[in-house]
Design a protein around this ligand. Structure first.
Ligand code: NAD
Length: 441
């Protein structure tokens, strides 16, 4: 029970949230509403004080910027970006930067909130943040992308820093983006600040193992979940939605464990071969190239919607949020879902699938490998002392297994699903830290 320590007369439970998101509907899913529903479920289990619940349901800071970029043709285009810091009770805020045409402030806030719980579930000393720019990177040249990145980070630079808020890659950004961010902040400071951002290239203070970390964590989680269900990873049939950093690495590493990857997809759609796909070849010769993975001939083409509904043992959604919803949950045939993406299952889908006995390893646990190795990178940068890849992978695997076991134990002791169990752990750690610190002044 978490009560009293913030004791003040608190508002009635029905008090509207400061920023009231759209109602949850299958047709338009507001992911901030979804994130707050998930928090509310955990709050009930923890008997969370309503005032504290309100603190955790809101971000501490949202900075929205509109910034100009001079395009290659000389025209000026204005872009919208945002950086949201959700909670800093347990340490500096941490979270990726996403470039995508559909991002908005609500989604960025939900993603920041999920980062807070994720860092707490794996017990690393960070709060959650997220940044985003509404942009279709396919429409920009490399030079335009660099200028956009440098201007965006300059504009949000007033709240970013190696001791305050540390960005990392997410959808549409990569190690090169992080290098530009590090260089921009360093130019402004007058000295090199590697610890201001993680997911950098190795030669600029990046960590060994960071590129693979999220996918590796997903596969460790899948292995632990298989053990728990009495299934074997070797021989399992796996479907992966999204073939970017997380999806392609997860597909490659799970294949190394003896599983058969039967379908993968990117934004354009998917490919399917029930006998298995050659993941390494897809990564090397097709991913990220003109035409993408759908150029691979020895497979049937299918839509992203159909891919999710394929018969398989393990489904790894590793693209965007709200992919498995009340509308398609009934058609999902996987026995185990391991969430590589953030927020791929809506609460409606969660409820239906867990009632049906499908195990869902939630995002705040399954994809935490990325932020764990980002934490290692930050520690290495602050100390100027770098670790071997083997050491990074060993430490990552230990944290993932330990966190999985803690979530599983909580799930069993509270007789609930894995997401709620992970939230019980994560939200409790953040709530405890908030109570310990007290409310300033
Ligand atoms: P990425 O940009 O490297 O890859 C995204 C992939 O998803 C691409 O293959 C893209 O084509 C595909 N995609 C885009 N829209 C799609 C759609 N509508 N349907 C199907 N596929 C689509 O991004 P990433 O870093 O791999 O991130 C993927 C997910 O994992 C995101 O939800 C992200 O928040 C989450 N995540 C990433 C990290 C990380 O370390 N990169 C860590 C934790 C969580």
């Amino acid at each position: 029970m978490i009560k009293g320590a913030l004791a003040r007369p608190h508002p009635a439970p029905e008090k509207p949230l400061l920023h009231q998101p759209a109602r949850f509907m299958s047709t338009h899913i507001n992911v901030l509403d979804m994130a707050r529903q998930q928090l509310a479920t955990a709050a009930k289990y923890l008997d969370l004080d309503e005032g504290l619940h309100q603190v955790l349901a809101h971000p501490i800071r949202q900075l929205v910027v509109h910034f100009p970029v001079v395009m290659d043709n000389g025209e000026v285009q204005v872009f919208q970006g945002q950086r949201v810091q959700h909670n800093s009770s347990r340490g500096p805020t941490k979270g990726g930067i996403r470039y995508h045409p559909d991002v908005d402030l609500d989604e960025t806030t939900a993603l920041a909130m999920w980062m807070t719980w994720k860092c707490a579930v794996v017990n690393i000393p960070y709060g959650g943040a997220k940044g985003s720019v509404k942009v279709d990177t396919k429409m920009l040249s490399k030079r335009e992308l660099e200028k956009l990145t440098r201007r965006f980070i300059s504009d949000i630079g007033i709240i970013v820093g190696e001791r305050s808020d540390i960005p990392a890659p997410d959808v549409g950004t990569n190690a090169q983006t992080m290098a530009w961010i590090m260089d921009t902040i360093s130019m402004q400071k007058g000295y090199t600040v590697p610890g201001v951002v993680t997911g950098k290239p190795i030669e600029l203070g990046g960590s060994e193992g960071r590129v693979e970390a999220t996918g590796r964590g997903v596969v460790v989680s899948a292995g632990e979940a298989c053990n728990s269900l009495g299934m074997s990873l070797a021989g399992a049939q796996v479907v992966v939605q999204g073939f970017g950093n997380v999806g392609s690495v997860a597909a490659e590493l799970i294949e190394n464990e003896g599983a058969t990857v039967i379908a993968v997809s990117d934004a354009q759609g998917g490919i399917y071969n029930p006998k298995g796909l050659p993941v390494k070849e897809l990564c090397k010769k097709y991913a990220g190239r003109e035409g993408g993975i759908r150029e691979f001939k020895d497979a049937e083409k299918l839509s992203n919607a159909d891919l999710l509904e394929l018969k398989c043992d393990i489904l790894i959604p590793a693209a965007l949020s709200a992919q498995i919803t009340g509308d398609n949950a009934k058609k999902i045939k996987a026995k185990l879902i391991v969430e590589g993406a953030n927020g791929p299952c809506t609460p409606e889908a969660d409820q239906y699938l867990s009632d049906k006995g499908v195990m869902i390893v939630p995002d705040v646990l399954a994809n935490a490998g990325g932020v764990v190795v980002s934490y290692f990178e930050w520690v290495q940068d602050l100390q100027n002392f770098f670790w071997a890849e083997e050491e990074v992978n060993q430490k990552l695997t230990r944290i993932m297994k330990h966190s999985f076991a803690a979530v599983e134990n909580t799930m069993r002791s509270h007789k609930t699903d894995m997401r709620t169990a992970a939230y019980i752990i994560g939200v409790k750690r953040v709530a405890d830290a908030t109570i310990r610190r007290g409310i300033y002044p």
